[in-house]
Design a protein around this ligand. Sequence first.
Ligand SMILES: Cc1cc2nc3c(=O)[nH]c(=O)nc-3n(C[C@H](O)[C@H](O)[C@H](O)COP(=O)(O)O)c2cc1C
Length: 371
Amino acid sequence: MSAYPRLFSPCSLGPLTLKNRITMAPLFLGYGKPTGEVSPLLLDHYREMAASGAALNEVENAAIDPGGLGSPFTLRLDQDRFLPGLKDLASTIKGQGALAALQINHAGRFAWSSEPLAPSAVATTGKVTPRALTTEEIRELIRKFAAAALRAQAAGFDLVELHGGTGYLLSQFLSPRTNRREDAYGGSLENRLRFPLEVIRAVREALGPEFPVGYRFLADEWLPDGLQLAEAREVARRLAETGLVYLSVMGGTYESFFLPERKEQERHQGYMSDLAAAVKSAVSLPVITAGRIQEPGFAEALLVAGKADLIGLARVLLADPLWPIKAGEGRAAEIVSCEPVCSLCFQRVMKGQPVICSQWPKEKRERFGEG
Ligand SMILES: Cc1cc2nc3c(=O)[nH]c(=O)nc-3n(C[C@H](O)[C@H](O)[C@H](O)COP(=O)(O)O)c2cc1C
């Protein structure tokens, strides 16, 4: 019998059955080609993540439109020419016995673009002022989310995840800070919900009622004038009515991640689990929690306490791709930790360099660091 019976128990997400409750949370590492295609390095990385024993691999955000790229190395799925690489990616993950999800995204005001688009022309803290989307452009983006989801399905992914986290476009519509529109897409909560709800509806219609769709959910922007937990719980309730199969809860955006109090909070194990628990108590669908979940015993305790249904590991799995196997074999003491004060991965992403982890052996750092 496992030392962590809940962690290693199966879990249903719509039609899918996960063999355990460990998921790889989406982690953009800059391994894609600068043309938005899947690279051999990216395949190597996901092969290793899928072989980790985590039941579900959520592949990092892929852009639904070239104007919505998070970086020059972001994967793209806005055209059929990206399909062969995405097919290789899905089959690489599934070949290791894991389920494969692809996260689809538009970065909105944080896009790597000469003219970022957003609900409103609200300058970022990096002093970039996006252009407000027209209603026709909003409708076009909804169509592009649906077309991108169809490509993910055609590529063989088991599940599509909509990226409603990190302060990207879907969350920009929900936020009173970034959505100052005075039309049907802004103002009241009902209006701010309109874009995410229309995207979910269009995606689900395109994929068919049986195909599972999950949602990365921003439960608190951690900014005084941003979306806050009380309202986010109401948002979660409304999203949950649309037939999503899970909410994967996170907090913060690029405008709050680097605040001193958040950097301090981020060093603690399970630092977003209270957000997940608050969302879970508002909805009846499965909730994923991520955030420095370093010890299997801690993960088990979160599940047993009912704070979440599934555990998400991002940097934690990168630092030790054997985390699930070691946990399953009762070798938790051998797990190599993600260093709380390191942030090398984030620094490399910000510099446009392929990520390496300070915990990796030298040979692996050299192989991945060269891109
Ligand atoms: C370098 C980096 C890239 C990330 N990329 C994504 C992403 O593409 N999509 C997403 O939803 N979250 C992304 N995240 C957030 C992670 O999924 C996760 O919520 C967070 O890192 C906390 O989990 P961890 O402590 O296990 O890393 C990223 C985080 C980091 C540090």
